[in-house]
Write a protein that binds this ligand. Structure first.
Ligand SMILES: NC(=O)c1ccc[n+]([C@@H]2O[C@H](COP(=O)([O-])OP(=O)(O)OC[C@H]3O[C@@H](n4cnc5c(N)ncnc54)[C@H](O)[C@@H]3O)[C@@H](O)[C@H]2O)c1
Length: 360
């Protein structure tokens, strides 16, 4: 039975990954989820797995060398998937320090703990061990020419403290590959969307605000372009890289689905109007009049666009969910899980944690 150590598994993509992997492999795998439960971590995302024999949650910080080393000492870990990070660009502009601490130094702690556990006396590594560092397309900077795309060979040019911290962590992982032949991969993915995303990010924020008749803030002219991928397609890519990727390589993951922010907002409003029955009082709130242009984000990158040619050619990865279908699925999920949204925005999930894990 393969054992996965997933960091940041209580966050958006990490929790979707745990769901994806148990759906795909069932009881053939074991997952240890290590998460510090910052504001972005939510154990309610994983309540389906509580009490499951092959699932363990450990509350720990990836910067905590002793705690992370102990997990490696007590478990024979086969795969590490490092999602844990501070992930919101606006927060990185307000408070860069924690981004460097978690994203760079935390990744270093993870690498060292895995290296110590997996390295043989002669400097080689135990068979079959794999470390995958989850990164972002934002490390490549901003594209001006509409025909340009980010390739794995595109030079890094990060602009925000967030993307600079992710770029730094990628370089540290690469250094471990180049220096020690450490068995790692880096994946650089475009913007994800789907269930369990914290409502500070564009899509859940717009859904939540529109339902309650709050303003829909749009940065600048609303024409910044992001490349959107349904979160399960990202999870599928990570699994494929872990099992069949070439060790030491980096892979871009993205679905050629570029959209301006303002387009996304209109799609959400149209879909909400379509889904909400006339009898639902929230339907009256959903209106284009809520769109409010606000001062642009500092250093706002104009366009990101991933070329996923390498992962397609080498591993046969393709996105399965087109945007038209994915956004409908996503909006439906938020409409059906209003309690989740209410709890996460009211801080109740902190109490949930206390209740579930206080005495463990
Ligand atoms: N969301 C996207 O669109 C996107 C796109 C590409 C790459 N990524 C990358 O994917 C990863 C996951 O992103 P996400 O959107 O799920 O983020 P998220 O903010 O939703 O979740 C991050 C998780 O990490 C945990 N965490 C934070 N600091 C920690 C620490 N010091 N120790 C242990 N756990 C800690 C949080 O509690 C949370 O559960 C990140 O590395 C991010 O850079 C995200």
């Amino acid at each position: 039975m393969r054992t996965y150590l997933v960091t940041g598994g209580a966050g958006f993509i990490g929790s979707n990954f745990v769901h994806y992997m148990f759906r795909k492999y069932g009881d053939e795998i074991r997952i240890i989820n290590v998460d510090a439960l910052t504001y972005a971590g939510n154990l309610a995302n994983l309540k389906d797995f509580e009490g499951k024999e092959n699932y363990t949650f450990v509350k720990a910080d990836i910067r905590d060398k002793a705690a992370i080393t102990k997990i490696f000492e007590e478990n024979d870990i086969d795969r590490v998937v490092n999602f844990a990070a501070e992930s919101h660009v606006d927060r990185s502009i307000a408070n860069p320090e924690v981004f460097v601490e978690t994203n760079v130094l935390g990744t270093l702690v993870m690498l060292n703990a895995a290296k110590q556990a997996w390295e043989n006396e002669d400097g080689s590594f135990k068979e079959g061990k794999r470390f995958l560092h989850v990164s972002t397309d934002e490390v490549y900077g901003s594209l001006e020419n509409p025909e340009d795309y980010f390739y794995e060979t595109t030079p890094y040019d990060p602009h925000s403290p967030y993307s600079a911290s992710k770029a730094s962590s990628d370089f540290i992982v690469k250094a471990y590959v180049d220096t020690y032949h450490f068995p790692a991969f880096i994946t650089n993915c475009s913007n994800n969307y789907g269930p369990y995303q914290f409502p500070e990010k564009l899509i859940p924020l717009i859904i939540n605000n529109a339902l309650s008749g709050k303003k829909l803030p749009v940065y600048g002219d609303g024409k910044n372009v992001r490349d959107w991928l349904y979160v399960d397609d990202h999870c599928k890519g990570i699994d494929m890289v872990l099992e069949n990727g070439r060790l030491g390589e980096k892979y871009n993951i993205g679905g050629h689905n570029e959209k301006q922010n303002i387009e996304i907002i209109h799609i959400i409003l149209d879909t909400l109007k379509e889904y909400l029955p006339d009898s639902d009082p929230r339907k009256a709130n959903v209106s284009e009049d809520l769109i409010t242009y606000v001062t642009d984000r500092k250093g706002h990158d104009r366009r990101y666009a991933i070329a996923p040619d390498k992962i397609k050619a080498e591993l046969g990865w393709e996105p399965e969910t087109c945007f038209a279908e994915g956004i409908k699925k996503t909006i439906k999920w938020y409409l059906e899980n209003l309690d989740w949204m209410t709890n996460i925005t009211s801080g109740d999930y902190q109490q949930y944690y206390e209740k579930m894990y206080k005495d463990r």
